[in-house]
Design a protein around this ligand. Structure first.
Ligand code: ZN
Length: 416
């Protein structure tokens, strides 16, 4: 096997050019991208990426949930492929890099192998997963979730957008309802490059984030029930003010997270106040709680803390309060071998790097339940994504792709 050395690099200008070309489809006035899953624009984006893959000599298969696998054959086609990928759907106010970078970095790896005439032992595949963003259709990470059997194909097909169109109808309409059964596709190892979507790398002035895992999440709905009454005639002692009681719990959410550093996260992002009128004492408040942490032990501890808080506030206020967990995502720990391959590549190139844990979910989380998996993060400006001003530096985009190239080659094996 040939030696991996730092002279073996991707073409950063070509990768950047492809990113900018794909970003033209659904380009927004503020410099972002709006290309929602399974729309006409998504079809155009898919068609463009598939045309690039075919031009690079890759074969293409599509599964029944519209996941697309683009394959460069290895010397031993019987070996499971080393796969990389991400998604090309975006948020309504999305950027150019979220997801798109992971897919086009994979394509750039293949273009580089073609340029250099490198044959790999195992096949190399680049995948893009359907509806990662979950903006038009719920649940998020739909394609990779069906592939990993986290939920059924029928469940995904039945999801509808606000106009009533179903995932199945839209897949068929845009021509991406494939034949292959999701999951019926071997994966030897999976890597995903992604912008960090947070501020840690930029703050530490590092180029490469070696992602060791992804935070687990518990989502809850909490409802405080009081009694509506006129804001004037009702004395303070005789009120059942649901909002004032709810804010005591809301303040405890970040406090619980702060007591579990460095990875504890606690957010109240959604609040409904009933009847939401200036001169009416709120009678009912519904709000969301989002708790995250790096492992189940810490996440369970946060769960106990929020439930104890709810019980105590209910007792002291005398108001009924319900808390219901509506979602749970298990913490993900990436395979040591994949993490090490990413680290070795970053060191070989002399890129500044650090270990990071992702606070956001990714397709790689589902792949990690099926195969050894790892992720590579690069900084994004001010840590911002899911925003049209999302931005990343060309040299960081190039660096992440170089690391991907070497990590994939280490797993796939170079023949010549
Ligand atoms: Zn993404």
């Amino acid at each position: 096997m040939s030696q991996l050395d730092r002279s073996l690099t991707i073409n950063g200008d070509r990768l950047w050019g492809s990113l900018m070309d794909l970003a033209k489809l659904g380009a927004t006035e503020k410099g972002g991208v709006c290309r929602l899953a399974l729309t006409d624009l998504d079809k155009q984006g898919r068609d463009l990426v598939v045309s690039w893959a075919k031009a690079a000599g890759m074969s293409v298969t599509i599964d029944k949930i519209g996941n697309v696998f683009m394959r460069r054959e290895g010397r031993n086609p019987k070996l499971p492929p080393i796969v990389t990928g991400s998604h090309i759907d975006t948020q309504p106010t999305g950027g150019k890099f979220d997801g798109n970078y992971g897919v086009l970095a994979g394509l750039e790896v293949v273009r580089t192998l073609n340029d250099l005439g490198i044959e790999t032992e195992a096949p190399i595949e680049v995948a893009f997963w359907t509806n990662e963003e979950g903006s038009r259709f719920v649940p998020v990470m739909m394609g990779s979730g069906v592939f990993a059997n986290a939920f059924s194909l029928e469940h995904a097909y039945a999801a509808r957008d606000i106009s009533g169109k179903s995932v199945r109808e839209e897949l068929e309409r845009i021509g991406y309802l494939g034949d292959e059964t999701p999951g019926d596709h071997p994966i030897g190892a999976y890597f995903e490059t992604h912008i960090e979507q947070g501020p840690v790398l930029e703050d530490a002035n590092r180029t490469i984030g070696i992602v060791t895992g992804v935070l687990g999440q518990r989502w809850y709905d909490c409802v405080v029930t009081g009694m509506e009454a006129h804001a004037g005639p009702t004395p303070m002692a005789l009120r059942k003010d649901a909002l004032q009681v709810a804010t005591r719990i809301m303040q405890e959410v970040p406090a619980i997270a702060r007591r579990s550093p460095p990875y504890g996260r606690g957010t109240v992002g959604f609040v409904q106040v009933h009847p939401n009128s200036r001169n009416v004492i709120p009678g009912r408040v519904k709000f969301s709680i989002d708790l995250r942490n790096v492992d189940d032990a810490r996440l369970d501890e946060m769960d106990r803390a929020i439930r104890a808080c709810v019980a105590q506030v209910a007792e002291e206020s005398g108001l009924p309060i319900s808390i219901e967990q509506v979602c749970y995502y298990k913490p993900c720990h990436f395979e040591k071998g994949c993490v090490n391959a990413v680290q070795a590549a970053a060191e070989r190139f002399g890129y500044s790097h650090m270990e990071v844990v992702s606070g956001a979910g990714h397709d790689a989380v589902y792949m990690a339940t099926l195969a050894p998996a790892g992720m590579i993060f690069v900084p994004c400006k001010d840590g911002i994504s899911h925003n049209e001003i999302e931005d990343a530096k060309p040299e960081h985009i190039t660096a992440g792709c170089n690391v991907l190239l070497h990590a994939m080659l280490e797993r796939a094996g170079i023949v010549r």
